[in-house]
Write a protein of this length. Structure first.
Length: 202
């Protein structure tokens, strides 16, 4: 015998919606609920990473800057694609397209030409109030060289818990680059910036 139960909403004994269907969207639970799937194999969930983007220096950049605001471009090679709406860029300040826990990474290729600056830094500079606080350096790519000219590549990365896209922003600055060069190219990633949304904000 076949039995069919036709309802739009299932509630618990307190009258709270447990399952609701509306306009072909099924909602399980409500805000603040915990949905436990203990001992269950879940299939068909394909959301995964919802945000990923990458920018780079399109040409060499000499000297100091807070922030780096010139020669920046979204990677545009034929094999590149972003996930989601992507980062917004204005005057060197990057705005996140949505809240979440984001991985922010810089990989920098530097060239030492000044004997006075042996420690070359490209810094990740974050804010919680749209830079009215001046920003906070949280990570850096640090390179050095013993001869002039000499090139080196460094990496800096951080997790950034973005809870408000109007206030939580990121930019990149230089230190120890007076007379030295941060390398860039419009056709290949030499110095580049990666943004990946790992999950919901914490």
């Amino acid at each position: 015998m076949t039995a069919i139960l036709k309802v739009d909403t299932i509630q618990d004994t307190a009258g709270n919606n447990i399952i609701n269907e509306s306009s072909d969207t099924i909602t399980i639970g409500a805000s603040g609920d915990t949905i436990a799937l203990a001992g269950t194999t879940v299939t068909g969930i394909t959301q995964g990473i919802t945000g990923a983007d990458q920018f780079r220096l399109s040409a060499d950049f000499a000297g100091e800057a807070t922030p780096i605001s010139s020669n920046l471009e979204r990677v545009d090679n034929s094999t590149f694609a972003k996930i989601g709406n992507g980062m917004s860029l204005s005057s060197g300040v990057f705005t996140f397209p949505e809240t979440g826990l984001w991985l922010v990474e810089i990989i920098a290729l530097t060239e030492r030409t000044n004997t006075n600056d042996n420690s070359m830094k490209i810094l990740i500079d974050t804010t919680t109030n749209n830079y009215t606080d001046g920003g906070t350096f949280v990570a850096a790519s640090i390179t050095s060289g013993t001869t002039e000219p000499s090139s080196a590549m460094g990496t800096g990365r951080t997790f950034y818990n973005v809870t408000n896209t109007s206030n939580n922003k990121v930019r990149f600055s230089t230190s120890g680059m007076s007379g030295n060069t941060t390398k860039g190219d419009s056709g290949i990633n030499e110095t580049y910036f990666t943004f990946i949304r790992l999950g919901a904000s914490q």
